[in-house]
Ligand binder design. Structure first.
Ligand code: NAD
Length: 262
């Protein structure tokens, strides 16, 4: 199995869901994990559950002034980070005609500006010019970048932006003098609190008549005939952040059971 021995990973939005599972998974593979989130109580609890190889710091990814402190604090605790996962994100499912501008701006702030800032500071931090040692940055895009379903205009737009930031960052990293790989994931339907809310929103919007119809639609469209788990995403993340993927940069990897194919 994939080995992350000796790696130090910063994971944003790691209090819950996919981020928390990536933190647990990476620690089991030998990494030390530095968790950040706006949800301080849950973040502290997740780090405590993982144990001595985990630490938590409260940080809002859309707050630029706080980013240098994330790297400083990680270095003081575990040493220089060689993995950054820009995982924090929020979800608003809404028809474009119904979406309030404030909600759209909030999505852009967390999902796009948050990832932009992580890449901006992560690339500088990991590049030789700034005393870094190179590394891997992984961003959470989404299947909603790949497909265009009703209700996913605003959210999907943020995830398409994450895809573009990933690819341009992978190219620009080449000029920074250190080997920094930048990739992203396109998760499909993954069982988390965010997914529960999204399902509820689709029912309220009338896209599906009831929860059973939604479930049948998802399973019917998914070649692997099930929804995903945070552990499915964590395994793909571990691969892309490991030395096994040493020559892979600028890619987006679907983790969706094949749902986006048909
Ligand atoms: P989640 O809601 O379970 O967890 C997201 C975490 O991010 C929470 O702990 C939350 O407190 C934190 N967060 C929110 N705003 C933040 C901010 N401004 N700064 C720091 N932390 C913040 O969601 P999840 O399902 O685990 O999603 C994780 C990532 O994966 C997101 O980027 C999401 O868009 C993406 N994704 C999820 C799915 C899915 O089906 N669950 C599918 C595709 C992509």
């Amino acid at each position: 199995s994939i080995n992350l021995d000796g790696k130090i990973a910063i994971i944003t939005g790691a209090a819950n869901g996919i981020g928390a599972e990536m933190a647990r998974d990476f620690e089991r593979r030998g990494a030390r994990v530095f968790l950040t989130d706006v949800a301080a109580e849950a973040g502290e609890a997740t780090a405590a559950e993982i144990g001595a190889n985990a630490a938590f710091m409260r940080h809002d990814v859309s707050d630029e002034a706080g980013w240098p402190a994330v790297f400083d604090q990680c270095e003081a605790t575990f040493g220089k980070a060689d993995i950054l996962i820009n995982n924090a994100g929020i979800e608003v499912t809404s028809f474009i005609t119904e979406c309030e501008l404030d909600d759209f701006r909030k999505l852009m702030d967390v999902n796009v500006a948050g990832v932009f800032l992580g890449i901006k500071h992560g690339l500088k931090w990991m590049s030789v010019a700034n005393g870094g040692k190179g590394g891997a940055i992984l961003n959470l895009s989404s299947m909603s970048h790949v497909i265009s379903s009703p209700g996913f205009g605003p959210y999907g737009a943020t995830k398409s932006a994450v895809d573009k930031l990933t690819k341009v960052a992978a190219v620009e990293a080449g000029a920074l003098g250190a080997e920094v790989r930048v990739n992203c994931l396109y998760p499909g339907i993954i069982a988390t609190g965010m997914q529960d809310k999204l399902g509820q929103d689709l029912l309220e919007m009338g896209v599906f008549p009831d929860a059973q119809a939604l479930q049948e639609y998802v399973i019917g469209r998914t070649p692997l005939k099930r929804t995903g788990t945070p552990a499915d995403v964590a395994k793909a993340a571990a691969y892309l952040c490991s030395d096994e993927a040493a020559f892979i940069t600028g890619v987006g990897l679907s983790v969706d059971g094949g749902m986006a194919l048909g």
